[in-house]
Design a protein around this ligand. Structure first.
Ligand code: KIV
Ligand code: ZN
Length: 513
């Protein structure tokens, strides 16, 4: 690997999933992992294997499937976590164990309740144990952004001696300021005697809106791995956005003199996939992937761009995947064309799953003239739910007329029995959810309801996300249809089915060691 390559470590599936409400199913995680592999992300942090059986299964599935990226599992600096991570990664083409312990005075004193000497001892023990199970070990100093530099140098030297080959310096609480963070990274690399045996990495949170700026400042000081997420998803205000880091490096190569291996044309597809699955919409003015990122409104700007694109554009829309949404298939397309287009999108289906998806495609093609790649992605999400359908939508009829109260009648199959209900609501969606609730009585509270048009035009499918909460557990249900009330009903029912399957997940940073 060249000295000037910046390793892109994506943690959408781990830190991104720590965004309140962003939980993903195993199948959804695999689809995102495939999109990350297609982007040519170097390292995919697939999860925190010990968090729950579901997390373990997801890390294992991704490790067993993905070939071109290193697959990583997070683990606290404790034996059980490390062993579980190694077990999940056993089938990986290239696996990495990422172990961490907090190093700031405030965390050591109040969270870990351990003296600094014991923290070093525990870090060394964890790295050694991980190295016995996996050749590629990363060590992180949690809350490094608020840790004393002398202590950081001491624990990092010990971790490298114990076998860590990547040292990650996280700004866990998003406290750093770019020039100061660059100075810290530069000092560490200079002062740690065995620094040449490791690659230095940064992991910045966005509490002050500086995650990307801090990451790039660290690169100028010698960091050669950046941890980031698609759309900047992540705990609290999120992590550094992958698309912004990568495009800043590409666009300002003159200044930064580094490169990544990312295939930037695949950025937009990955962004849309993550946004659709998590139900976190991308704001229109978001850099690179927002709907307005390449829109020129003012006449002077439009005129300039028509005459010479570079007058107002520092990168091309095509270079990040805009305007490449292909007209995929139509009503007359056959099964083989359908299957091979899905394969090109990284979705492999066979047998019953292919039959079900193809049947849904034909239904959609009857209602929608042109079918785009985005429609196919939504159709697959909608059809291939790995969740058991305890509740299934059979029929929905809604009357909504200006000045009158909307009424919804639903027919559901609940655990094999068909049942119907009718309810009024403040709008057609409200009436539909109330009718479903009459039959199910989940007592869950609706935390989020969002609708996004998948493609352009009024015949676009609407993709709905419904987030439900019950007793502290949050699930996201998704549904897509050209009728947004039907899509809403599907999303609500998907969330109810997910809730029934519920499992407990541990959080890496709330539990001590
Ligand atoms: O923010 C953080 O410190 C983390 C570590 C576990 C790397 O996510
Ligand atoms: Zn983090």
């Amino acid at each position: 690997m060249s000295q000037n390559q910046v390793i892109i470590f994506d943690t959408t599936l781990r830190d991104g999933e720590q965004s309140p409400g962003a939980s993903m199913t195993k199948d959804e995680k695999l689809r995102i992992a495939r999109a990350l592999e297609k982007l040519r992300v170097d390292v995919i942090e697939a999860g925190f294997a010990i968090a729950s059986p579901g997390d373990f299964e997801a890390v294992k599935l991704i490790a067993d499937t993905i070939q071109d990226s290193i697959i990583c599992s997070l683990s606290r600096a404790v034996d059980a976590d490390i062993d579980r991570a190694a077990e999940a990664l056993a089938g990986a083409n290239a696996g990495r164990i990422h172990t961490f312990i907090a190093t700031s005075a405030i965390h050591m004193q109040h969270k870990l309740r351990l003296p600094p000497d014991q923290v070093v001892e525990q870090a060394v023990r964890a790295v050694k144990r991980a190295r016995n199970l996996c050749a590629d070990v990363e060590f992180s100093c949690e809350d490094a952004g608020r840790s004393e530099i002398d202590f950081l140098c001491r624990i990092i030297e010990a971790a490298i001696d114990a076998g860590a080959r990547t040292i990650n310096i996280p700004d866990t609480v998003g406290y750093a300021i770019p020039h100061q963070f660059a100075d810290t990274i530069g000092q560490i690399i200079q002062r740690v005697p065995n620094a040449d045996k490791a690659i230095f990495s940064v992991h910045c949170h966005n509490d002050l809106g500086l995650a990307v700026a801090n990451s790039l400042a660290a690169v100028t000081a010698g960091a050669r791995q950046v941890e980031c997420t698609i759309n900047g998803l992540g705990e609290r205000a999120g992590n550094a956005a992958l698309e912004e880091i990568v495009m800043a490096i590409k666009t300002r190569k003159d200044l930064l003199d580094v490169h990544t291996r990312i295939e930037t044309e695949n950025i937009l597809a990955a962004s849309r996939l993550v946004s659709g699955i998590t139900g976190f919409p991308v704001q229109p003015n978001k850099a690179i992937v927002g709907a307005n990122a390449f829109a020129h409104e003012s006449g002077i700007h439009q005129d300039g761009v028509i005459k010479h694109r570079e007058t107002y554009e520092i990168m091309s829309a095509q270079s990040v995947g805009w305007h490449t949404n292909k007209l995929s298939l139509g009503k007359l397309s056959g099964r083989n064309a359908f299957r091979s287009r899905l394969e090109e999108l990284g979705i492999e289906l066979s047998g019953e799953a292919l039959n079900a998806a193809f049947a849904r495609f034909k239904q959609l093609a009857d209602r929608k003239h042109e079918i785009f790649d985005e429609d196919l992605q939504a159709l697959v999400t909608d059809t291939l739910t790995e969740v058991e359908e305890h509740i299934r939508l059979i029929h929905l009829e809604v009357t909504s007329c200006m000045g009158q109260v909307p009424v919804a009648s639903v027919q559901l199959n609940v655990d094999g029995k068909e049942q119907t209900a009718r309810a009024e609501g403040s709008g057609p969606v409200d009436a539909t959810f109330k009718a479903i609730e009459q039959l199910i009585g989940s007592a869950a509270s609706l935390q989020l309801y969002s609708v996004n048009a998948i493609t352009q035009g009024t015949d676009s499918q609407g993709e709905v996300t419904v987030r439900l909460e019950k007793a502290g557990r949050i699930v996201n249900g998704n549904g897509a249809d050209t009728d947004i009330v039907v899509a809403s009903a599907k999303a609500y029912i998907n969330a109810l089915n997910l809730m029934r399957e519920g499992a407990y997940r541990a959080h890496p940073q709330t539990a001590g060691v």
